[in-house]
Design a protein around this ligand. Structure first.
Ligand SMILES: Cc1cc2nc3c(=O)[nH]c(=O)nc-3n(C[C@H](O)[C@H](O)[C@H](O)COP(=O)(O)OP(=O)(O)OC[C@H]3O[C@@H](n4cnc5c(N)ncnc54)[C@H](O)[C@@H]3O)c2cc1C
Length: 434
């Protein structure tokens, strides 16, 4: 029987190992703990949750809930365990983190065809089918090996990302499509501040609460990636001469140059998501929502992704992966989890399942069939293969799903429409491809 190597027993690695084992493959699962711990991992158990104990919303009509519903259809082990160790958390699925890790560890250990080796992997054998699921803190020799396999500078080590908002949630009456000096057509959406609005915005920004950085993350940040709040603290007008400079822009309603401007750049081809240009930030998520909602037009903005500044190794997926989580130019080497360019616990776990799924298709001698892009998992896979010069990891959000055939104005109903379409399409896909 073919031996498959899975490197890393985090959320992605455990899902991949279990799916492969359940399909009858012999799996060798490598986990460096307890021989070596990353700066954020503490427990000897598998599928350790290094920060929050929440897997976010559980309602199928929410992006995270839909992702989970799809993963349940695939037979997710992490969700089976999570359902058994829930703690009360309103509409979210939150777990007792110890019981969760113990439960996933037990699931893995109960499979006789998974052999566990506690060692740090430093190289990849190109002949052996392998899934690399070593997470956002991958470092050392294995990081070098990934760099070598992906051709140099496609493995990023620091994530300085600006927030992304969904177009659906923007107030288009207060935003203007234009580019600076009229060059580039209507590429950007622009939000304009008058002096009073700018003054209050800066006041809130410099006093907002930042997320804590781990000691290993306190490293100098390139000037170009300076968090907006840090820049704002340099002087009241600092950001008006930086990311919020109004040059080359005119407010069509007044005919004048605005006092300050925020530009929103299209994040995807369809223009369903926009990022706030130059707004990389380390503010706490709630604070981002509060302060950035002061930007005209963003009063009710939904954040597809909040800005982050943390250590995060991830591959430039559109450049180096082939759409099935396999590294381009290799026969047998797949990546899964956060390192592949997904973001979040459940996204990582789901991605682990998909890496196993695509690999198994190839081992059967078939070309993997892509998932319907109407599903959250399929939309995430599509995001990972769509060229993007500012590629940043992405979590589940409704903004990455294609629109419905018939437009539904009511947001609740629209999301319910996305969810039922996704579930129907995934069921049909699984029926055909399982
Ligand atoms: C500090 C921090 C906080 C985060 N907080 C959140 C949060 O609150 N919510 C959220 O949704 N996401 C959070 N994330 C993102 C989170 O890491 C991922 O969502 C998720 O844990 C990634 O799963 P994974 O399986 O890809 O990697 P991991 O869960 O990190 O698992 C990787 C595993 O591989 C092992 N490993 C690494 N290198 C090797 C090697 N060379 N050989 C053998 N084994 C190896 C590690 O020991 C680990 O067990 C956070 C990330 C970080 C770094």
């Amino acid at each position: 029987m073919t031996e498959i190597r899975v490197i890393g027993a985090g959320l992605a690695g455990c899902e991949a190992a279990c799916m492969l084992a359940d399909a009858g493959y012999r799996v060798v699962l490598y986990e460096q703990k307890p021989v070596h711990f990353s700066p954020a991992h503490r427990s000897e158990k598998f599928a350790e949750l290094v920060c929050s104990n929440s897997f976010k919303a559980d309602r199928v009509e929410s992006a995270s809930g839909l992702l989970k519903a799809e993963m349940r259809l695939f037979g997710s082990v992490c969700l089976k365990v999570a359902d058994g160790c829930r703690v009360p958390a309103g509409g979210a699925l939150a777990v007792d983190r110890e019981l969760f890790s113990q439960g996933v560890t037990d699931e893995v250990r109960s499979r006789e065809n998974i052999e566990i080796r506690n060692e740090e992997v430093t190289s990849i054998d190109p002949e052996v089918p392998t899934i690399v699921a070593t997470g956002p803190l991958t470092e050392g020799a294995l990081a070098e090996e990934l760099r070598r396999l992906t051709g140099g500078d496609s493995l990023y080590f620091f994530d300085a990302a600006a927030p992304i908002v969904t177009r659906d949630s923007l107030n288009m009456d207060r935003l203007y499509s234009m580019s600076r000096y009229g060059l580039g057509g209507d590429d950007y959406l622009n939000a304009f501040f008058d002096k009073a609005g700018y003054d209050s915005f800066v006041e809130e920004l410099i006093n907002a609460e930042c997320a804590e950085l781990h000691a290993f993350e306190e490293q100098p940040v390139y000037e170009g990636c300076m968090p907006i709040e840090k820049l704002a603290k340099r002087g009241h007008d600092a950001i008006r001469y930086g990311p919020m400079k109004p040059v080359g822009l005119r407010n069509p309603e007044t005919g004048h140059r605005p006092w300050a401007a925020v530009q929103l750049r299209r994040e995807d081809e369809e223009g369903t998501m926009f990022n706030l240009v130059g707004f990389q930030t380390n503010l706490k998520f709630g604070e981002q929502k509060r302060v950035f909602s002061m930007i005209p037009g963003l009063e009710n903005a939904e954040f597809a992704r909040y800005g982050v500044m943390h250590r995060n190794s991830f591959l430039n997926a559109p450049e180096v992966l082939d759409g099935t989580l396999r590294i381009k130019g290799t026969e047998n080497t797949y990546v899964a989890g956060q390192i592949s360019g997904t973001e979040g616990y459940m996204e990582s776990a789901g991605c682990g399942m998909l890496a196993a799924w695509f690999l198994m298709a190839r081992l059967r001698g078939e070309e993997p069939v892509p998932l319907p892009e109407t599903t959250m998992l399929g939309a995430l896979m599509r995001y990972l293969k769509t060229p993007n010069k500012d590629f940043q990891p992405m979590g589940a959000n409704m903004g990455i799903l294609p629109g419905l055939k018939d437009e539904i104005r009511d947001k609740k109903e629209r999301y319910a429409g996305y969810a039922s379409r996704a579930i129907d399409d995934l069921k049909a896909y699984l029926e055909e491809n399982r």
